[in-house]
Every structure is written in structure tokens, then in C-alpha cells.
Design a protein around this ligand. Structure first.
Ligand code: MG
Length: 378
């Protein structure tokens, strides 16, 4: 067993699984969670889901799968440095985007709009639905039956209305408490990963330039260093050297700042972490400002770029049309989904037709959603 700090999550003090199971033979409980996530269908589908660029735009861009792997890699480094539970951190990182719709945030926004009269759609909550309900892999229970700590980490945000429906797992949003430190690490590892890989993908796509990126302190400072050390260096090696250094700087700052924060607050265990008013895993103020500056730069110059906006508009159109086609003509849905609808109607379940359709659409890959859009409109 690796050396764990007292405030790290420990499986012997886990709040456990919804359905009790025998302990695994050669793995920790959190390793088992991680393995269940890697083996599930939603995880494999991440390969064909958009991060920023629609999946078929090019082979070199990040997808949700490579994004999730990068998040896990950054998260594990931080967790190990802080003597937190690395297995749990990895499980949360790998699962954090399982509920993402096709076409990235555009897909999530439009599905939320379609679902407004029926309780809305939140991708974080959807990730939890995937692991709690939608995956069909075990004879004894629906979903993956993950530990409370992994599920707590997956549910990063949640509206009060939804939190009230979720019971134990939603309680912290009502009490304004924090998740365990491993979940806090996964959260910020996600931000570090996407800010940096979106710089890389943005440059590769030609939608943003190094010249523009010099507006941001984080990029400019590292670029100056790289240029002064290797004045002759050109092309991709410059940008990769800069990005590598940005990630390093952020991770080092995060580890040092968080270690001090934890030391100052001195939590005796995970419960004390949960009860604290604010997060303990954080960047220093100066670095946080620079990180936000980079995030805003990407928002203004990449996510709002005309070409990305065009993809966004097309994506929204497709999802909106698919949703209304399924609602009006459930007969065009695959048999399996129709059966689920019939069952829900029989049981007068609160998971009515719109929710089943939203689950089906959310599970689609980019290319499948495009093919489905063509099929239902032909
Ligand atoms: Mg993410």
C-alpha cells in the first residue's frame, strides 16, 4: 500500500458501494472502480467524441478519450506528490467525461435546451447516470456500482433541484461542502489538461497563432525562456516545449500551494476535508490569474472562432432535429430503446420518454449522431 496522508481517501473508511460486494482479491476498491470504468462502453465511445474539434476534423486532435487520459496522468502526478489516493484520483479522472454528449459543449447546451421542460440535462449528472444506471454489465445490479468516493468525484457540479433528488451523493451541494481531495485534484487536473491541449490543438488547426498567444502571460513567459535558451529552434518543437513548461509550472505551483494549504488547515481526515468551506487543492493567486487569462484567451479566440462556431451551429441543429424526430416518431428509434420506453410507461417511471431519448442521444459518438441525423431525415 503506498504511503497515504491521513486526509487521503482510504478504502477501509470508504462509504462503500450501493450494492455490497465481496472485496476484490488483488486490487484495491478504487483500482476496481478504475477497471470497471475502462471496461465500460461509454468509456470506449469517448474515442469518437469531440473535445473542441468534431471527431472527423482531423486525426491529430484531442478527443474526449485522449483528454481523459491526459487528465488522469496529470491527476495521478498531483495525487502521488500530495500522498493522496492515486487509484481513486485516476478512477475519477477517467470517468469525469463519460456523460458528455456528442459535439462537445454545443451538444450539452442544446440537449439541455431540449430537455428544459423535463428536468434539463447536465453532463456531470449524466456521467453519474452512466455509472449508476445506464451501463449494463453486471447480473446483480444496474450500472457499475462504483464506490461513493468515485461517484462523489464524478458529480463535480449539480443544481440544487437535482441535488435534492439524489440523496446522499447530492447532499454536499445543499450543505455547501467540499468533495474529498482526490476529487478536487481531478477537477483542477481537468482544467490544466484542456487549457494546455487546446492551445496545442488550436495552433495545429491554424485557428490561433503563437503571435496571438503572446497576449497571455503564461504562454509569453515560457516562450521567452525557450527562445532565449534555443534561439535557433523553430516550428512545432517550440510550441511543444512551451506547452510542456506551462503544464509543469501549473502542476508544480498547484502541488506546492496545496501542500501549504493542507498543512495550514491540518485536516484530520477526509470528513474534515468535506466539511471545510473552501477547496484545499488550488493554484497560488498569481498563477491562478494567469491560468484564467489563458482560459479567457481560448474562449475568445478559439471556442468563439468562426469555424468552431459553424461546427457548433451544425451540431446544435443535428441534435435538436434528432430529439424532436425521436419525440414525434419513437418508431424510428432502435428496438432496444423502444423497449426501454415501453417498460418506463408500464412502470409509470419518472424516467419518461424524453429522458430515455436524452440518454440515447447523449451516448452517441459524433459520427453516429451525424449518421442518425441523415437516417431519420431520409
Ligand atoms: Mg474534461
Amino acid at each position: 500500500m503506498p504511503d497515504l496522508a491521513p486526509y487521503a481517501a482510504r478504502e477501509e473508511r470508504s462509504r462503500g458501494r450501493q450494492y455490497s460486494e465481496r472485496a476484490p482479491d488483488h486490487r484495491s476498491e478504487y483500482q476496481r472502480d478504475r477497471d470497471r470504468i475502462i471496461h465500460c462502453a461509454a468509456f470506449r465511445r469517448l474515442e469518437y467524441k469531440t473535445q473542441v474539434f468534431v471527431n472527423h476534423e482531423g486525426d491529430m486532435f484531442r478527443t474526449r478519450l485522449t483528454h481523459s487520459i491526459e487528465v488522469a496522468q496529470i491527476g495521478r502526478t498531483i495525487a502521488r506528490a500530495l500522498k493522496l489516493n492515486e487509484d481513486l484520483t485516476e478512477a475519477i479522472c477517467l470517468a469525469h467525461d463519460l456523460g458528455h454528449t456528442p459535439f462537445g459543449h454545443a451538444g450539452q447546451d442544446i440537449l439541455d435546451e431540449c430537455m428544459k421542460p423535463y428536468g434539463g440535462f447536465e453532463h456531470n449528472l449524466q456521467s453519474l447516470r452512466v455509472v449508476d444506471l445506464l451501463e449494463e454489465r453486471y447480473a446483480d445490479f444496474p450500472g457499475l456500482n462504483l464506490t461513493f468516493e468515485t461517484r462523489e468525484g464524478i458529480l463535480k457540479h449539480c443544481s440544487r433541484t437535482n441535488a435534492m433528488l439524489l440523496g446522499e451523493i447530492g447532499q454536499r451541494f445543499l450543505d455547501r461542502q467540499q468533495p474529498g481531495l482526490e476529487a478536487q485534484v481531478a477537477n483542477i487536473a481537468d482544467e490544466i489538461a484542456y487549457n494546455n491541449h487546446d492551445v496545442d490543438d488550436g495552433l495545429r488547426s491554424g485557428l490561433i497563432t503563437m503571435e496571438q498567444l503572446k497576449e497571455t502571460d503564461l504562454f509569453r513567459e515560457q516562450l521567452d525562456r525557450v527562445k532565449s535558451t534555443w534561439p535557433e529552434l523553430n516550428g512545432r518543437r517550440v510550441c511543444h516545449e512551451v506547452i510542456r513548461r506551462m503544464i509543469n509550472l501549473l502542476v508544480n505551483d498547484l502541488v506546492e500551494t496545496s501542500a501549504t494549504e493542507i498543512q495550514n488547515r491540518n485536516p484530520s481526515g477526509i470528513e474534515e476535508v468535506r466539511q471545510s468551506e473552501s477547496v484545499m487543492i488550488r493554484l497560488s493567486e498569481g498563477t491562478q490569474e494567469k491560468h484564467i487569462q489563458l482560459k479567457q484567451f481560448l474562449r475568445n479566440n478559439l471556442y468563439k472562432h468562426e469555424r468552431v462556431k459553424l461546427m457548433t451551429r451544425e451540431a446544435k441543429e443535428r441534435i435538436r432535429e434528432l430529439f424532436s424526430a425521436y419525440m414525434e416518431r419513437p418508431g424510428v428509434l432502435p428496438e432496444e430503446v423502444q423497449e426501454r420506453i415501453q417498460q418506463a410507461e408500464k412502470q409509470a417511471s419518472d424516467q419518461g420518454v424524453p429522458r430515455i431519448i436524452a440518454d440515447y442521444i447523449a451516448g452517441m459518438t459524433d459520427r453516429f449522431a451525424i449518421a442518425e441525423f441523415e437516417r431519420v431525415n431520409s
